[in-house]
Structures are given as C-alpha cells and as structure tokens.
Design a protein around this ligand. Structure first.
Ligand code: EPZ
Length: 423
C-alpha cells in the first residue's frame, strides 16, 4: 500500500486540469446494459473505481475498452448477459448497485448483491427498492442478494422518493427509459451527475424531461440506440483543488471548472475570504486578503453544500480565524477525518452529526491515516500548509476518486511525493 508524503511549502501557483466526474461516469457506464449498440464515453476519469466498474460490467457480459490512456471508454453489451452482480465485486464499490435498474429494464430480472456498509455509513438500498418496485419490479432479499424480476417488463408509474437519493434516481431513470408508458419521479435528486446521465440517455433515444429539478418525467421507449457522450466535469475534484490555494495562499486556475457546478460551495468560500474568478478556461482561486474566516456549513442534497466536500472544507477551517460548525446531514459517520486532523494540532469537537472547529494558527505535520476517499484528500490539503512533514497512509482510498493527485499538486508548487509503503 502506497503512502503520500506532503511538506508545507508556501503558496501554490499555476493551473490544475479537472477530470471528468467519477460519480457521473459510474452511472453512465451501466447505461451500456440498456442497448445492444455501443456507448462511447469521452472525458472519462482514470480512477480505480472506473476499473472496478469495468470489471463488474465485464462479469455481466458487457465489454468496456479503455482507449486514449483511459480517457475514452468504448462500451457495448450485445451478447449473452449474466444477470448476477457478484458480492466479491459489489462489496468493493457501492456504485455497483447502479446495474440493478438497467439489468431489470433489459432482461426483466437481476440478482445484485447488497453492497454492505462502508466507512461512512450503512448505505441501505430501501429507496432504490421502493423506486424500482413502483415500476412493477418484484424485489426480495435472499442471502445478501437482491433478487429482482419484472416478468411482463417494467411499466411506467408516478413515484415520490422519501429522500432525494442520487443512486436511486439514477436506477429509476435508467429503468423507466425502457418501461412501458410514462413515469414521473418526484423528489428526484438534482445533482449535475443526474443531469449528465439524462443527457446521455436522451442521446441514446430516451425521452426524459425535467432533469436537474425535483420532478423528472420519462416516456418509456421500446429500445435505445448507441451514442457518444462526454462525461461532465468532476465538481468534487474541482472543489477539492479550489481549496489548495485557499489553504496555502497563491493563485490556482482550475481548468474546466464552472461556477454552476459549485455554486453553494463558492458562497461559503466567499464568506471565508476566498475569491473565485471565472476565466475562459475555468475558475481562478486565491485568498482575498489575510487570514481565512470561520464559516458554518450544513451538507445537503444538490444544490446545497455537497457532503463530498465537507471533509476538505474542514481542512480549510482548521486554521480559520474563529469557530466553525459543520453539520453532516447526508451520512451518519462522515467525520473520521477529524481525529486525524487533530493529530496535526486541529481543535475539533464531534458530537453526532455536528463538528465544531476552533481555528488554530497553524497545523503541524504528522503521520495520519486515510479512512475514506474524501477524508484522505482532506489530510493532504491540511498537509500542504502544515509545518513539517505529513505522511498519509492507505492512499488506495485516494486513488478511487483522484487522478494522480501528487502530480497535479506538484505542478503548482506543492512538495508532495508518493512512496511505496513497506508492507
Ligand atoms: C452518491 O452516493 C455518491 N456516489 C456519493 O459520493 C455521494 O456522497 C452521495 O451520492 C450523496 O451526494 C456516487 O455517485 C457513486 P444517496 P449514493 O443514495 O447514491 C441514504 C464519493 O465520495 N440512503 O444520495 O449512494 C444513504 O445511506 C461518494 O464520491 C438510504 O437510506 O448516495 C445516505 O445516508 C461517497 N437508502 C443518503 O441516503 C437508500 O436506498 C444519501 O445517499 C439510498 C440511500
């Protein structure tokens, strides 16, 4: 297992290219199951989660070929389809549950392992099950697997989700695209990744309206054809790298960034004393002047403050002037970065879903451990401005969602390197 060594090294300056969105690509790839014709995804990110999804789709009988160093994924599913998504792959990545809707729509049956919990929470699938059942699927849990079938095919329905689940919205969209009749999904998730999936499905011939709002209408069609679709920019990678100059000083331009992907996040940066300027190529970020100011944060479904940027924002607020309160309302256990930041001298009190951060002048480098994808990158951000050396272990979490993080940060002046961890 590799580790990453970071040394505080003053202001950062330059440009960081932002890749295609992991969480869009993980929903777009299963869409290949909906058609016999090829689906080509461009601007794809090079991440271990994408390789895991590739393995899963291959186990189902689909083909995914990475072209142009992985930036293009040529996918197709025209042969015999295996309807069983095995626990051995699904347990590694929850997004594997996004094959459930497409398999049901294409085959009329599916056997998908429950992902099981992960570091940040229990991650149940009740909202997915309710949504697909509304389309006529019969789903039962047996020995850790969801056994789903829709003998006479799926039929359109009106369904309101109890919570705006991203994954359940994506499963519903893909299933309803091939259902008989009209479907209306209420309290749908509004994330940009949902909009991206709807655009891709429409390019494949689906009839979808309202994506990006809480009500999405889908007119089922008999079949979907192939398409080529560019993966939307990764707003979470974008927000992560916007915090690098915010924490260290200097000025960094995040190439490909667009304000509308990170609007609520930018409001908090502005309140904390960080300037974000739209340029022709992306977003230019620097501190307005002086020390960062404390701000309060509440995570919510889009367009609220993204839970996937909470850990990174906490890293910034550790050295802000004043006290910040972060409330995590999406996941039940997403403050595991707090004790690791405390090892670096941060003063954080966690009580249930609230973390209170009392700003300190400076953090001090220390050996720390990554526990989940976003927590790991928050430790690297903290290390960029800390005094001395920070050693982040278990960086395999990092590689799930960040392409070559050390290269991208080194290019703007960070002192950062990856070393093989002695086993
Ligand atoms: C997606 O997960 C993202 N993953 C997550 O990003 C992100 O944090 C999350 O949306 C929220 O924005 C992908 O897109 C691959 P949810 P998803 O269904 O779809 C509960 C990252 O770091 N829930 O909106 O699983 C659930 O337990 C990852 O890139 C149920 O109770 O999120 C959670 O508390 C982490 N029952 C909340 O809803 C269900 O059936 C949000 O879940 C489904 C979800």
């Amino acid at each position: 297992m590799d580790k990453i060594i970071v040394r505080g090294n003053g202001p950062l300056n330059g440009q960081i290219p932002i890749a295609g969105a992991k969480n869009a690509c993980l929903a777009l790839m299963p869409a290949t199951l909906l058609s016999e014709e090829p689906l080509t995804l461009t601007n794809a990110p090079r991440l271990s989660d994408i390789r895991t999804m590739t393995q899963l789709l291959a186990s189902l009988g689909a083909e995914v070929t990475a072209l142009q160093d992985g930036k293009v994924l040529a996918t197709s599913c025209h042969g015999e389809i295996n309807p069983v998504a095995d626990y051995e792959i699904v347990r590694k990545m929850r997004a594997s549950n996004l094959v459930l809707g497409p398999l049901l729509a294409r085959l009329g049956h599916a056997v998908v392992s429950l992902p099981g919990g992960c570091a940040i929470g229990a991650r149940p699938m009740d909202i997915h099950i309710d949504a697909l059942s509304a389309l006529g699927a019969e789903i039962e849990l047996r020995e850790g697997y969801l056994h789903a079938k829709a003998a006479g095919g799926l039929r359109g329905a009106v369904h309101e989700m109890r919570f705006a689940s991203v994954g359940a919205t994506e499963n519903f969209l893909m299933a309803a695209s091939l259902a008989k009749g009209t479907s209306v999904l209420k309290n749908a998730a509004r994330e940009p990744e949902i909009v991206d999936l709807a655009r891709c499905l429409r390019a494949m011939g689906a009839q979808i309206e309202g994506e990006g709002t809480s009500t999405i209408t889908i007119e089922g069609v008999d079949r979907l054809h192939g398409a080529t679709h560019p993966v939307v920019t990764d707003r979470i990678e974008l927000g992560t790298y916007m915090l690098a100059p915010a924490i260290c000083g200097g000025e960094v331009e995040c190439l490909g960034g667009r304000i509308e992907l990170v609007e609520s996040f930018c409001e908090k940066l502005d309140a904390a004393g960080i300037s974000v300027e739209e340029t022709e190529r992306g977003l230019k970020v620097r501190r307005k002047n002086g020390r960062i100011r404390a701000v309060d944060v509440v995570t919510e479904p889009f367009p609220g403050f993204p839970t996937d940027l909470q850990a990174q924002m906490m890293a910034l607020l550790c050295t802000a002037e004043g006290t910040s309160v972060l409330e995590e309302k999406i996941f039940e256990n997403r403050f595991m970065h707090a004790p690791e930041l405390a090892r670096m001298g941060a003063r954080i009190e966690v009580h249930g879903g609230h973390a209170t951060v009392h700003g300190v002048e400076k953090l001090k480098g220390a050996p720390v451990m990554a526990t989940d994808l976003r927590a790991s990158v928050s430790l690297i951000l903290a290390g960029l401005a800390a005094e001395g050396e920070t050693i982040v272990s278990r960086v395999y979490h990092l590689d799930r969602g960040y392409e070559r993080v050390e290269d991208k940060l080194r290019a703007v002046g960070a002192q950062i390197e990856r070393v093989k961890e002695d086993t």
